[in-house]
Ligand binder design. Structure first.
Ligand SMILES: *[C@@H]1O[C@H](CO)[C@@H](O)[C@H](O)[C@H]1NC(C)=O
Ligand SMILES: *[C@@H]1O[C@H](CO)[C@@H](O)[C@H](O)[C@H]1NC(C)=O
Ligand SMILES: *[C@@H]1O[C@H](CO)[C@@H](O)[C@H](O)[C@H]1NC(C)=O
Ligand SMILES: *[C@@H]1O[C@H](CO)[C@@H](O)[C@H](O)[C@H]1NC(C)=O
Length: 304
């Protein structure tokens, strides 16, 4: 009996620590962010008066919280210095996957933000293979940039009912694939762009793309995913084994004071870094399912 009370005290303390870490610890990390924003017109910035999309708002939020951020990509759009992006308006999932196949091995982001599938729904209907193809895209990123973390978003609301219904079915597939990949320990976070904090139909510029206020909401939703990435300790140092230099980067000082900087080293063509502690499948240190399994074992052995 005594050992039982002790066991539950330990478990209560552990879950308190876990909840505490998730609530307060997730706004900044000393690991520099090398972010690739991957997608189509929304990521590029259509509907945004500046072309910035959510990207500048998100960078400002990260930098204000003391993080160092560089965007990488083979294209540029937006009225700000660090405007590299990997997105082309109109692209469907297979085209976005082809963009990633070229850009990810060159630029080796340590965080990829994926918004894909909106253009697969332009005729309504359903897209039964969206989840399978996005799973392949994510697994390829884990191979092409070892240690990278991926945040996938569900796709936005649309003002045309048939297109919106299609998007809902795609999002169901994304929820399923996220659960599946997470259960294998993949460094994947899913954020919900259709939740209470995401853009509403009234935050769209043209029924399809967010307006500036909608992009601010998108930045907040991505930031919530990044808080989860930080809390779980998923981010690893950017690789020095890159073949192209892009992006100018911003460094935060944790007090809202930010200065432009050259960003993390990206010009070396020789791998000088120590091997990544992660394998190429992108395993993370722990998962809540591993924690739950462990808990089950402890309880089972206490009952035996
Ligand atoms: C984390 O960042 C958000 C957004 O800037 C802010 O509202 C919140 O107060 C921050 N939390 C901490 C603990 O700094
Ligand atoms: C671009 O940024 C400059 C400097 O902040 C500003 O003066 C200008 O109005 C911006 N242009 C647009 C289209 O937002
Ligand atoms: C999924 O991938 C297959 C094989 O490359 C392709 O034929 C199909 O068009 C893709 N579907 C979507 C929705 O991307
Ligand atoms: C902002 O940060 C820079 C670099 O650390 C420092 O030189 C400067 O004094 C800071 N400015 C303010 C207003 O804190």
């Amino acid at each position: 009996m005594a050992s039982f009370s002790f066991l539950f005290a330990v478990l209560a303390w552990a879950s308190f620590l876990n909840a505490h870490a998730l609530a307060a610890g997730g706004n900044s990390t000393s690991v520099p962010f090398r972010i690739m924003s991957l997608g189509a017109s929304v990521t590029f910035g259509v509907g945004s008066t500046t072309g910035d999309s959510y990207r500048k708002d998100l960078e400002d939020l990260l930098v204000a919280n003391g993080n160092s951020v560089t965007y990488v990509g083979t294209k540029k759009n937006g009225n700000f210095t660090d405007n590299a992006v990997e997105a082309v308006p109109g692209f469907v999932i297979s085209q976005i996957a082809a963009l990633a196949d070229t850009a990810v091995p060159q630029l080796k982001p340590n965080l990829v933000l994926i918004d894909a599938g909106t253009n697969n729904c332009n005729q309504g209907g359903t897209v039964p293979d969206a989840g399978a193809n996005v799973t392949n895209l994510i697994n390829n990123i884990f191979q092409q940039s070892p240690g990278a973390t991926v945040i996938l978003t569900t796709i936005l609301v649309n003002s045309v009912a048939a297109q919106d219904a299609c998007r809902v079915t795609v999002n169901d597939q994304y929820t399923t694939l996220a659960t599946k990949l997470q259960s294998t320990g993949a460094k994947l976070i899913l954020v919900n762009m259709r939740g209470p904090d995401g853009p509403l139909v009234t935050d769209l510029a043209d029924g399809r793309h967010p307006n500036d206020a909608g992009y601010v909401k998108m930045a907040d939703v991505w930031f919530s995913g990044i808080q989860e990435v930080i809390s779980k300790g998923l981010l690893t140092k950017p690789s020095t084994d890159v073949t192209a230099a892009t992006g100018t980067g911003k460094t935060g000082h944790g007090d809202g004071n930010s200065t432009s900087s050259a960003g993390p080293a990206q010009t070396s063509t020789v791998a000088t870094s120590a091997p990544s502690p992660f394998n190429s499948a992108g395993r993370r240190f722990y998962s809540s399912s591993a924690f739950a399994a462990c808990l089950g074992l402890i309880i089972a052995s206490a009952m035996a």
